[in-house]
Design a protein around this ligand. Structure first.
Ligand code: PEP
Length: 255
């Protein structure tokens, strides 16, 4: 079943005490959100994950996600953390293929596929990111780019494994820029993504896969975006660093 999800990607922001204070503000709201069918996920910097799991999940029912992982289970990969390590800690979600990972750390479609596979193999949910750059949109290539990213990332997945996949459409030109896709642009691309999923996995899987929008989503535009038929929630960067804004976004679904 398609879920309404709002995931906060803190990126490399907030010192531990700031993160803890932010979550203290979120905790009292999570139960109400859950009752209204909204899953709230916080993806802090990796090093906070262990205490995030012990403190936050005890205090409120906040789901903890990771922003990245490595695809190998163990070995000589200095500085990396495996999906198996995250899963063993109790992390439920992992963002894969964020555009910053692709552009700053050279992650290719093949790396994204291997990470997606590793996350799913560990029974976590992979939040698989896709999205075109401004240049690609201006050349009219946005659908071709997104289709390629999805086909590559999801190659070899079974319908059963697709239950552990959430897609995040994040036009690169909208991430952290203050520019948001219009509702028409978002809906068009989300419907297209669902059609690619239908082609790859059949219509039932396509209908049951949550597709999140990311890119300067804020309280002022979340309701309009989430009202689109194929937008099932959001992956939120900047606005997830402020509890009232993040909660306002999470409360923007019209049920
Ligand atoms: C993101 O980092 O995934 C993101 C969507 O950032 P922002 O909301 O700040 O554009």
């Amino acid at each position: 079943m398609r879920k309404n999800i709002v995931a906060g990607n803190w990126k490399m922001n907030l010192q531990p005490a700031e993160g803890a204070a932010l979550v203290q503000e979120l905790c009292p709201q999570t139960e109400t959100l859950q009752h209204s069918g909204v899953t709230l996920i916080v993806c802090p910097p990796l090093i906070y994950t262990a205490w995030a799991l012990s403190d936050w999940q005890r205090e409120g029912r906040i789901e903890v996600g990771a922003q990245n992982c490595y695809h190998e289970a163990s070995g000589a990969y200095t500085g990396e953390v495996s999906a198996a390590m995250l899963a063993n800690l109790g992390v439920g979600y992992c963002i894969v293929g964020h555009s910053e990972r692709r552009s700053l750390f050279g992650e290719t479609d093949e790396v994204v596929r291997r990470k997606t596979e590793a996350v799913v193999a560990q029974e976590m949910t992979a939040i698989v990111c896709c999205g075109e750059t401004l240049d690609e949109r201006e050349k009219g290539q946005e659908k071709a780019v997104v289709a390629r990213q999805l086909r590559e990332a999801l190659r070899g997945m079974s319908n059963e494994q697709m239950k552990q996949i959430v897609i995040a459409y994040e036009p690169v030109w909208a991430i952290g820029t203050g520019k948001t896709a219009t509702t028409a642009q978002a809906q068009e691309m989300h419907a297209f993504i669902r059609s690619v999923l239908a082609e790859l996995f059949g219509s039932e899987t396509a209908q049951n896969t949550s597709i999140l929008y990311g890119g300067s989503c804020k309280p002022e535009n979340a309701a309009e975006l989430f009202a689109c038929e194929d937008v099932d929630g959001g992956l939120i960067g900047g606005a997830s660093l402020n509890a009232p804004d993040f909660l306002a976004i999470a409360n923007s679904f019209q049920h």
